[in-house]
Write a protein that binds this ligand. Structure first.
Ligand code: GDP
Length: 173
């Protein structure tokens, strides 16, 4: 992906994991970057898009609805994505297995082959240690041929958000 080209980041995760909050936080952090006119589009139910400039890259972030009925639309966007941002609620260990299944399904998609994966272990403001176990429990050690990283974060406070996004941009560049 060249500097001029738009870098498309697909945000997925279970419902209530914090995807929309994250996208709004990212818009707030980077949306007023000089030289870029920030805008957000809300074209359809279950899809939220953010266009902004961050770390000298032109980003398009897609936040897809995570409710069970909407998960089937995820793969329609896979082919157009360069990087994957999976949001997991680190304060809800009871849903980690469900999250692992969804992540596995996404990673099995041929369209996402080789795309770098950032797992945002979100809501660590509620569960400071919640990010630690996420890597093993999401099965990330078994990933091959794909850059991946777990970033403890809080979409609410913004902690960890810049670091995670920067890592992801650097993997694609
Ligand atoms: P989505 O369904 O994945 O888009 O999740 P939302 O962004 O709608 O967030 C679901 C709920 O979790 C909302 O009440 C958010 O305010 C809350 N939430 C999201 N991120 C955080 C976080 O980092 N910390 C805390 N404490 N709450 C969060």
């Amino acid at each position: 992906v060249s500097r001029k080209e738009e870098l498309r980041v697909l945000i997925i995760g279970l419902d209530k994991s914090g995807k929309t909050t994250l996208l709004e936080k990212i818009k707030g952090l980077f949306g007023d970057t000089p030289g870029l006119e920030p805008h957000a589009i809300l074209p359809t139910v279950g899809l939220n898009v953010g266009r902004l400039e961050a770390f000298q890259a032109q980003l398009l972030l897609w936040d897809l609805g995570g409710a069970p009925g909407l998960r089937s639309i995820w793969d329609k966007y896979y082919a157009d994505s360069h990087a994957l941002l999976f949001v997991v609620d680190a304060s809800q260990p009871a849903r980690l297995e469900e999250a692992r299944c969804e992540l596995e399904r996404a990673l099995a998609s041929r369209e996402l082959f080789g795309a770098p994966l950032l797992v945002l272990a979100n809501k660590t403001d509620l569960a400071p240690e919640g990010g630690a176990g996420s890597s093993a429990r999401l099965g990330l050690e078994r990933l091959e041929g794909r850059a991946s990283r777990v970033q403890p974060a809080s979409a609410l406070s913004g902690a960890g958000v810049r670091e995670g996004l920067q890592w992801l941009v650097e993997q694609v560049r």
